[in-house]
Design a protein around this ligand. Sequence first.
Ligand SMILES: Cc1cc2nc3c(=O)[nH]c(=O)nc-3n(C[C@H](O)[C@H](O)[C@H](O)COP(=O)(O)OP(=O)(O)OC[C@H]3O[C@@H](n4cnc5c(N)ncnc54)[C@H](O)[C@@H]3O)c2cc1C
Length: 414
Amino acid sequence: MKKVIVIGAGPAGLMAAIKLAEMGHKVTVFESMPKIARKLGISGKGRGNITNTCSYEEFLKHFNNNGRFLKTAFKSFFNVDLINFFKSEGVNTIEERGGRVFIASGRATDAINALHKALIKRKINLMVNSPVSELIINNGKCLGVVSNKSSYTADAVILATGGKSYPATGSTGYGYELAKGCGHRIIEPLPSLVALKCDINLTLIETVSLKNIRAELRVDNKKLNEKFGELNFADGNLGGPIILSLSREAVPAINSGKKCAIILDLKPALSLEKLDARLLRDIETKKHENLLSLMRGFLPVELCHFFLNNLSLSYKLKVADLTKNMRMLIKNTLKELNFNLVDYCKWETAIVTSGGVSTKEIIPTTMESKLVKNLYFCGEIIDIDADTGGFNLQAAFSTGYLAALSFNSKVDNI
Ligand SMILES: Cc1cc2nc3c(=O)[nH]c(=O)nc-3n(C[C@H](O)[C@H](O)[C@H](O)COP(=O)(O)OP(=O)(O)OC[C@H]3O[C@@H](n4cnc5c(N)ncnc54)[C@H](O)[C@@H]3O)c2cc1C
């Protein structure tokens, strides 16, 4: 039996602790907050989208360039294993659109309660309100931690302090300081899966939510990516699933001062020709009505005013008075509504962090540091991030599991 310290009681740290205790080790978890796994509790809008049922190959595609780093972690503990783990702890899950797996009760807090019970059942020592302020390193080996001015020794330390997003949940980015302190390189952390700010006032349409929209991200006038799905304008920003996904590439581009824009195709099912034909038909049938009435056939009413204002067209204009140029302008803008990006929302609302501890300095098959012996990393503190859909939580659970497994096989082989 070895003594192991886990820093951070999020999904990654808790999974590592549970697995280590199952393998007979004496585990202490240090958590800076009064309660465990606060971020898990608000995940998936409080419903906990814990994983995704897509294939292993598809799963890796949802990560940044570092997806390959996760191969062994996913081979050791994947989506079915996580679903079965929760089932064995009394929590059922349900699969929804796009392979997303949620906690069946609709309450992510049920997953937290189950994890808490799992700690108690396995006699894991949980120390809440106990932020770790220092790692004890000697001769290239991690020997323990300092918390609340006391030192604690261990045979191994697992650093699972999460990223920097939603700092109110406890993940303040302090883990990066701990990693930096023992020589690890930190890839600049940036908010990811975050709403984007543009140069047009969107407050008039902040209640509008659009489905089946195509959004394209253009950087320096070149298409970088596109997504199809749902979008909203909440809080005067561009938000919703497809924008959050595009933010993964938009944020670094905005940050490096590039010209960025989101172009919306509001009628992706219609080609320009078909759209023109439909416009001509509607103009004929509504020739005695005004422009607002014509546009309502194409867009939600709140968006019609915004759309026409943008084109400097009066909604009161009689449809019969619409010129060919005006019709062309409407047609082209329905296919390409441009939003120049000026900024992105900050850490307080970002769902994940891109960047973190460089994967080049962590052994991908064990999660152990290449620089410091007996120091392991798992979860969002590592430079890995993915799309929405359950991929980030699975990565946290899988890397936590692998860190535990590999520490155990290392000590078995000594
Ligand atoms: C609003 C929101 C919704 C999300 N929804 C989803 C979703 O549906 N599906 C999905 O896959 N992902 C989702 N995510 C992302 C997912 O929650 C995270 O990727 C995941 O929680 C990361 O797990 P972790 O264990 O690495 O870190 P965290 O969950 O951040 O846990 C880290 C823990 O370490 C503690 N800690 C930090 N510093 C110290 C220290 N010095 N000493 C001691 N303890 C410390 C923190 O208090 C925290 O409890 C969401 C995130 C947010 C913010």
